[in-house]
Design a protein around this ligand. Structure first.
Ligand SMILES: [Zn+2]
Length: 228
């Protein structure tokens, strides 16, 4: 069961369109797998569209202090509805087509939100493989990170934040085991050391390189740049 969800402020930012594309993609990947957050998103979206509609109609039907409406064309609303309903256009809903991605002979279904994003070449270090997602968000880097069975990322913190959304497989750290859909947002207060016994594919977003907390940090530094 998914235990890690985005905070409410993030979901609200997502609905309001205030988040960078990378974080929005992370929330969309999570919501695809989490009915609870999907429901919250549709509720907030409904509230937002209702509020926007009210703003428009308040403009059109502004009421003066006397309670009398100013500049009202009483037919406006009916006309608008008539114009909408007379249209014969049908919204064609494109069927969702599966798109796969392969890491070291493992085939994964690519989350829908990533279908139209450009992926860079895959780079490998040991049991880790990374494909950069080309979003051009300056210091914010997004990637697909694959860990082969038995692989791990050495214990580290971040100078900035690090978001991991587990797409497939499993990994664990001292907080426990994660399942597909888990949305893990960490900052430099949280050192962690993810280990994947069975292998996994993650969507990651980070805005600063890794800072290794263990002794041989110099040797591990190339991995830091690699992961970030
Ligand atoms: Zn959720």
């Amino acid at each position: 069961m998914i235990k890690h969800h985005p905070k409410f402020q993030l979901i609200q930012g997502f609905v309001n369109g205030e988040l960078p594309a990378s974080l929005s993609a992370g929330i969309a990947i999570h919501a695809d797998l989490c009915s609870e957050c999907r429901q919250q998103i549709s509720l907030l979206t409904e509230q937002l569209s209702y509020a926007s509609f009210e703003e428009v109609t308040v403009d059109k039907y502004s009421v003066s202090d006397s309670g009398k409406q100013d500049n009202v064309n009483p037919l406006y609303f009916e006309q608008a509805i008539a114009a909408i309903t007379k249209s014969n256009d049908i919204d064609i809903i494109e069927p969702k087509i599966e798109k796969n991605i392969i890491f070291k002979n493992h085939v994964y279904s690519l989350p829908f939100v990533l279908h139209n994003m450009v992926l860079g070449k895959t780079a490998n270090i040991g049991k880790l493989a990374r494909a950069r997602i080309q979003l051009d968000e300056n210091e914010i880097h997004s990637s697909l990170l694959h860990i082969e069975p038995g692989g791990s990322v050495p214990e580290h913190t971040h100078n900035g934040f690090e978001l991991t959304v587990l797409i497939a497989g499993q990994f664990s750290d001292k907080e426990g085991e994660y399942v597909p859909g888990d949305f893990i947002m960490l900052d430099k207060k949280h050192p962690h050391h993810p280990v994947s016994e069975k292998g996994c594919l993650c969507f990651t977003v980070a805005n600063d390189s890794l800072h290794f907390t263990q002794g041989i940090s110099k040797i591990l530094n190339p991995i830091g740049a690699f992961i970030y």
